[in-house]
Design a binder for this molecule. Structure first.
Ligand code: GDP
Length: 332
């Protein structure tokens, strides 16, 4: 499935359009004054029409996949967006009507009136657009943000890598998929969702590295954390939850467990993985396995960096996601 925002033509911000038009005016010439002023207004018309088309082509909010809907809700209130969309449509329609009216007026009036009429039209349209510019620009920036999510395909089988900051999510994604996210040794490395693919014959599996999510209540979460949870809740797939067993862990074991419990409450298939086994700190490691054993869940012990235990993990993930050894999606 294509990102519904990928093909959307996003116009420039209102002020940019007005400024470009102001600079263009002296450069537009014609065979007569009338002809020149008509050309000027026609060019303005073409630029304004882009806002109209944009408002019409903006995907219908009601028809969006929950992943995209949630992405919008993280950025803005849905009702505000709808209001701004209708303001964008209305003000561009009004502007286009004004321009059409003045173009036909210039045609009818004597040559001596042409420049005055052009300036009048220009002023009126500019003020209509400027009055709505806050709203129009808001829709433009929302569309821009949503287009950036183009790599996430909600229809593909998905493996979501979750866990506290700095646990090794990006490292794991880069080791088991085609993605090459930046990896750095400090928390909050993962500012945006990284997407990689594993291709088994012709079957694409999407591997998503969620931004570091912290162990804290929903209302305190920032946008990055909300994006991560959106992916977890609204993409269909399985979750790999990574625990950090090293001394450098950014969260305490209790915090890691609380976070794991929260992810468990999403009712998805979750594969617990203990990472940094190459540098495991016994006290932490023992607490993690004690907890997982009490939950009666099967877990995997890996070192993403040193590539220990990755084959077993991959095998399990393919089984769970329904891609078996013969590389076919299971029909069950
Ligand atoms: P993310 O924030 O969860 O995406 O974590 P990163 O993948 O950016 O890794 C954070 C740090 O942990 C980096 O310095 C990695 O090199 C290191 N790291 C990742 N996996 C391992 C591992 O298995 N063992 C050890 N010792 N370090 C690791």
């Amino acid at each position: 499935m294509l990102n519904p925002f990928e093909k959307l033509k996003i116009p420039p911000k209102v002020n940019d359009t007005v400024n470009v038009m102001l600079k263009r005016l002296p450069k537009i010439s014609g065979s007569s004054v009338k002809d020149r002023e008509i050309r000027r207004l026609r060019e303005y018309y073409e630029r304004v029409e882009k806002y109209y088309k944009f408002s019409i082509d903006f995907p219908r909010v009601e028809e969006l996949h929950p992943f995209y809907l949630e992405s919008i809700k993280i950025i803005t209130d849905i009702n505000d967006l709808k209001i701004c969309l209708s303001i964008t449509k209305k003000s561009s329609m009004i502007s286009m009507r004004i321009l059409r009216k003045y173009i036909s007026e210039i045609k009818k009036q004597p040559e001596s009136e042409a420049n005055k009429l052009m300036r009048e039209a220009f002023g009126r349209v500019t003020s209509v657009l400027r009055r709505s510019s806050q709203c129009i620009d808001k829709v433009i920036s929302i569309a821009g943000e949503l287009r950036k999510l183009k790599t996430v395909d909600p229809e593909l089988p998905t493996i979501i890598i979750a866990g506290p900051p700095n646990v090794g999510k990006s490292t794991l994604v880069s080791k088991i998929s085609t993605a090459k996210p930046e990896i750095a040794n400090y928390p909050f490395t993962t500012k945006e969702i990284h997407v990689g693919h594993i291709i088994l014959n012709d079957i694409y599996i999407q591997v998503i590295d969620t931004p570091g999510i912290l162990d804290r209540p929903e209302y305190k979460r920032n946008k990055i954390e909300k994006k991560a949870l959106n992916a977890i809740r609204n993409l269909s797939g399985i979750i790999v939850f990574m625990f950090d067993s090293s001394i450098s862990s950014t969260l305490s074991i209790k915090e890691q467990i609380d976070l794991f419990e929260e992810v468990l409450s999403t009712n998805k298939i979750i594969v617990p993985v203990i990472n940094k086994i190459d540098e495991k700190y016994d006290e932490y490691y023992n607490k993690i396995i004690e907890y997982l054993a009490s939950k009666k869940v099967k877990w995997y012990e890996i070192s993403a960096e040193k590539e220990i235990g990755l084959n077993e993990l991959k095998e399990e993930l393919f089984n769970l996601i329904g891609v078996n050894k013969t590389n076919e999606i299971s029909r069950n």
